[in-house]
Design a protein around this ligand. Structure first.
Ligand SMILES: [Zn+2]
Ligand SMILES: [Zn+2]
Length: 276
């Protein structure tokens, strides 16, 4: 366990709270003083949106109402079988994008507790419902974790685990390198990231013969999650599924286009259902 007590030291946080009025992590609206209050305002909570339906039963990507049900989903058609399904609580749109950014880059580890709760609730996970599967956060590199003071996926996994009663196991290790993912083609991303993960010496053994739920903040192409899933299955995990706080909608972000391994866009951008 390397996230407990991480982040800004309590005394410094207290002084910051005195100096700066706390703002909502999603919109910046002023919140009541004190570090124990909510960090996400009621307005932002109601503006968080689920992914549009219908969705792919495997990867949760919006399919568009005009796509025949038997047509393979271009988002996950290239995923290896090691990653069984993905479930994403919210669209990576306002205010989920601001929350993810504040958690990841804004030095706001406190947000994770509320984001994890919202995530578990959106996914329909009631307390103690999923105790059999282990939660494994997707790790970040040691240098980024040192820089931030925490791994945002680890904090989310703990917040979800507190609600559901699942154990969090930091089974994976991510080595340095491969930080320029956004500029790479999806097939290059996959190759780049596959070598990045390995099982940790101690915690890694705990996934053997267990069902595992990978936890991450955002799903884009799935390159990171599928690489992590392959390593977990190699290490003896029975089944690996993914949950994330948000999902980038295909075609909305640079570097997240839905091109498959062939490099050819298999269908027009989603979000504009073909009504013919
Ligand atoms: Zn807000
Ligand atoms: Zn899919």
């Amino acid at each position: 366990m390397n996230v407990a007590g991480a982040g800004i030291p309590r005394a410094v946080r207290y002084l910051l709270d005195l100096a700066l009025p706390p703002g909502c992590g999603g919109c910046g609206a002023l919140l009541p003083r004190g570090s124990r209050g909510p960090r996400i305002c009621p307005g932002c909570r109601t503006r968080l949106r689920a992914l549009p339906s219908p969705r792919c039963p495997r990867c949760h990507a919006p399919r568009g109402t005009g796509l025949p049900p038997d047509r393979p989903c271009p988002e996950c058609a290239g995923w290896p079988s090691e990653l069984t399904t993905a479930r994403c609580a919210f669209q990576l749109a306002d205010p989920a994008d601001a929350l993810v950014h504040a958690l990841k880059y804004g030095g706001w580890p406190e947000l994770a507790l509320e984001m994890g709760e919202l995530m578990a609730r959106a996914l329909g996970w009631v307390p103690e419902a999923e105790v059999s599967a282990l939660l494994v956060p997707v790790p970040t590199t040691p240098s980024r974790e040192r820089e931030r003071g925490y791994n945002q996926a680890g904090l989310l996994a703990r917040a979800v685990g507190e609600r559901t009663g699942q154990s969090v196991v930091e089974a994976l290790i991510r080595r340095e390198g491969g930080s320029t993912q956004v500029s790479l083609h999806p097939s290059e991303r996959r190759a780049n990231v596959r070598e990045a993960f390995s099982l940790g010496a101690d915690e890694g053994a705990r996934v053997r013969d267990r069902d595992v739920i990978l936890v991450d903040d955002v799903l884009t192409t799935g390159a990171t999650a599928t690489a992590a899933a392959e390593v977990l299955v190699d290490g003896g995990a029975r089944r690996v599924d993914l949950v994330t706080f948000a999902r980038a909608l295909p075609g909305r972000e640079p570097g997240t286009d839905p091109a498959g391994p062939s490099g050819v866009l298999p269908m027009p951008p989603r979000g504009r259902p073909d009504r013919t």
